[in-house]
Design a protein around this ligand. Structure first.
Ligand code: ATP
Length: 202
């Protein structure tokens, strides 16, 4: 799965539409302190379904919307889209009939986030599963934050195991297992309820 372009619009310091074109090979982003290098990495996590405001260095998710500056008013929404080369056809069924994928997330004040894949509205879960199945995503160990290496060295074994599982590409399976367990519990509760009703009737 090769990311080819990240487009930001109203996301944090990127108030105007900005394209980061990602060519084959190594891409370096350089610039003075505070110019927005970390914001780019956060935009990448965010479009892949990050749902923890703290991972975006904010108190609420709306903090990712451009908050205004001396000569620019605040924006009402933020949007990030990620273009992916799907030449190897790794996208899940339903999204796998084109050579390129465009994943977009938009957040509007008081209206929350909406996601689209190739223009079609999807759930956050669809986007998260797409990236989990491709062994990447908002929590991918390939995205390293400032200070994360020292956190990793001091991490508890459970957290380290999660990182290994993500690297092995099985975190999507864990998510599906969790959802299956929830359905199973609900079915068992329904069965108990049916037993109660049968008992009352007999
Ligand atoms: P460093 O090299 O110091 O780590 P950096 O290049 O990674 O810096 P970032 O941390 O990505 O820079 O960007 C910080 C800038 O983004 C700050 O100037 C901050 O004011 C701005 N910023 C963050 N959130 C918003 C927002 N919602 N609206 C406007 N500007 C924002």
């Amino acid at each position: 799965m090769h990311f080819t372009r990240l487009r930001l619009n109203g996301f944090k310091s990127f108030v105007d539409p900005t394209d980061l074109v990602i060519h084959d090979g190594l891409t370096g982003v350089v610039g003075p302190n505070g110019c927005g290098k970390s914001n780019l990495l956060e935009a990448l996590r965010w479009v892949m379904g990050e749902n923890r405001p703290t991972a975006m260095r904010g108190d609420g998710m709306e903090d990712v919307i451009f908050a205004g500056a001396a000569r620019r008013g605040a924006r009402a929404y933020a949007e990030v889209s990620l273009s992916i080369d799907n030449g190897d056809r790794l996208a899940p069924a339903g999204f796998n009939d084109s050579d390129a994928l465009d994943i977009a997330r938009r957040i509007t004040r008081d209206a929350g986030s909406a996601y689209r894949i190739n223009g079609k509205e999807v759930r956050a879960r669809d986007v998260q599963m797409l990236f989990a199945d491709a062994s990447t995503g908002a929590h991918s160990p390939a995205l390293v934050r400032q200070g994360q290496i020292s956190e990793l060295i001091n991490a508890k074994p459970r957290s380290r195991r999660r990182i290994l599982e993500e690297a092995a590409g099985i975190s999507g399976l864990y998510q599906r297992r969790h959802e299956a367990e929830l359905k199973l519990n609900a079915a068992e509760a329904n069965l108990t309820r049916v037993d109660d009703v049968i008992e009352q009737l007999t």
